[in-house]
Design a protein around this ligand. Structure first.
Ligand code: FAD
Length: 440
């Protein structure tokens, strides 16, 4: 559905989305099917991308294929992963391939396909400012100005590295989200990977799987975690990634929510069992079959505290052991890969209305439909996707509740509320608390 043609001046929409990653693409897919819902989604990239510089060959999706853009909210949508396979004529091949986990690059291609068949999605246009004037949001981009009744911010995350790394970033010290650009020509070199989550594991796996002249001389893997811990992908844990738990979590007190996000981190940020097995088996082959005794160094429970240029060239990393604080180790490296995570992306473009938006710590404070509390009219809302982990839990940056969260927002825009799926087998809260606080 295109712009509101009756409007004079800039094009006016019921909803404008800022950013087209999986979060807003999910919403764009649901809105595409709705009548009377002029909407536009803008992304600053020239064309669709999904962590393209981290599409390391062999990497896979960490969630089920049912957790696509739409299926868990609208199984009949033409934007499902199944619809993609069907349209490409590869349904049977996909089945017969019997993937245990879907190749990440195939998922990226699916997302790109969904963006290309939606005329309300526009690339190559960066949103520079969101203002509110005369009862409408005014969205200024580097190419145009449009107005909207509602705005949905889905700008994702940006890479994060610890302080000691910041002055040195470049071709020999880089965040893992630039892996495909910089992690080339490492044959015979000393590489240190910092970070014990899935991205760090994928970098290590890729480096130690190289062959012949491409193989580094040494790959050291440093992690603050006590060991290389797996993601917990078992049934009751996965119930944390259901809508009723997300609502239960939202109703808890802030201190409890923060504590749970720390306690449950491995339910989302642990390493896939398949990646851990791959690495372990590779180490076995290098050590015991090919006789490469010291290709790989495993150093968990440690933190990099200093980074300096080494006298002989390369980098010198000072590394402290969590349980032996008196002693520091030194690692020499030609290249350092920082797989140290992501933080929510900056939203400077909200500056004109920032003083009108309520905050909860570092986050914008949202209601149960992901609309930010503000002093504007109740029928005009700014929504945020993937920016409120502290209020909504670890599922927020994840794909698991993507379609459901978009449904919540779409419902609010339409003034309806779809029925929810049945709640978890687990009763997360007392009945009194659930009813009482929801109504508060
Ligand atoms: C390598 C990798 C693999 C992952 N795999 C999984 C997985 O298997 N399962 C899972 O559940 N989660 C996974 N995640 C986590 C999560 O699903 C992804 O990070 C996901 O991309 C988040 O979607 P998003 O739409 O919020 O943000 P993004 O995908 O980052 O998209 C945000 C978009 O906003 C655009 N943008 C930013 N600012 C502006 C602006 N001012 N104007 C216009 N456009 C703007 C950007 O160009 C970008 O395209 C993975 C994350 C990474 C890094």
């Amino acid at each position: 559905m295109g712009q509101d043609k009756s409007a004079t001046g800039p094009a006016h929409y019921r909803c404008v989305g800022v950013g087209v990653g999986p979060a807003n693409l999910s919403l764009a897919s649901l809105l595409h099917e709705l009548p009377d819902m002029p909407n536009l989604f803008l992304d600053r990239r020239a064309a669709f991308g999904w962590h393209d510089d981290q599409q390391i060959p062999g990497t896979t999706l960490q969630v089920s294929m049912f957790k696509d853009l739409v299926s868990l909210a609208d199984p009949r949508s033409p934007f499902s992963f199944m619809a993609y396979l069907h349209e490409q004529g590869r349904v049977y091949h996909f089945l017969n391939a019997q993937f245990d986990e879907i190749p990440r690059r195939e998922w990226r291609n699916y997302l790109a396909w969904a963006s290309s068949r939606n005329p309300n999605v526009r690339f190559g246009e960066a949103v520079q400012e969101v203002d509110f004037q005369d009862g409408r949001f005014v969205v200024r981009t580097d190419r145009a100005e449009v107005t909207a009744d509602n705005v949905v911010v889905g700008v994702g995350s940006r890479s994060w590295v610890p302080e000691p790394a910041r002055p040195h970033l470049g071709p020999t010290q880089f965040h893992v989200n630039e892996f495909l650009t910089w992690a080339r020509d490492l044959g015979g070199k000393r590489v240190v990977v910092v970070g014990g989550g899935q991205s760090g594991a994928e970098a290590v796996s890729n480096l130690i799987s190289r062959s012949g002249a491409e193989l580094p001389r040494r790959v050291s893997w440093i992690s603050r975690r006590r060991n290389y811990f797996p993601i917990d992908d078992t049934p009751f844990t996965n119930d944390y990634y259901m809508p009723d738990y997300a609502d239960h979590f939202y109703r808890l007190q802030q201190e409890t929510r923060l504590k749970l996000n720390v306690e449950h981190i491995l339910t989302s940020d642990g390493i896939s069992g398949s990646t851990l097995r791959e690495i372990y088996q590779r180490i076995y082959v290098h050590r015991f079959i090919d006789g490469r005794q010291d290709l790989i160094g495993l150093h968990p429970n440690r933190e990099v505290t200093e980074v300096n240029r080494a006298p002989g060239g390369g980098w010198d990393l000072t590394v402290r052991h969590a349980d032996e604080p008196g002693a520091a180790d030194h690692f020499e490296a030609d290249v350092v890969v920082w797989a140290t995570g992501f933080k929510p992306a900056a939203t400077q473009f909200l500056a004109p209305i920032a003083h009108r938006l309520e905050r909860s710590g570092e986050e914008l404070r949202v209601d149960e439909d992901y609309a930010v509390h503000w002093d504007g009219p109740a029928d005009r809302s700014l929504f945020v996707q993937n920016a409120v982990r502290g209020q909504r839990g670890l599922a927020d940056p994840n794909l698991s509740l993507n379609a459901w969260r978009s449904r919540r927002i779409a419902d609010r825009l339409c003034g309806v509320r779809h029925d929810e799926q049945l709640p978890s087998f687990v009763e997360w809260s007392t009945k009194a608390a659930a009813v009482g606080q929801w109504e508060a």
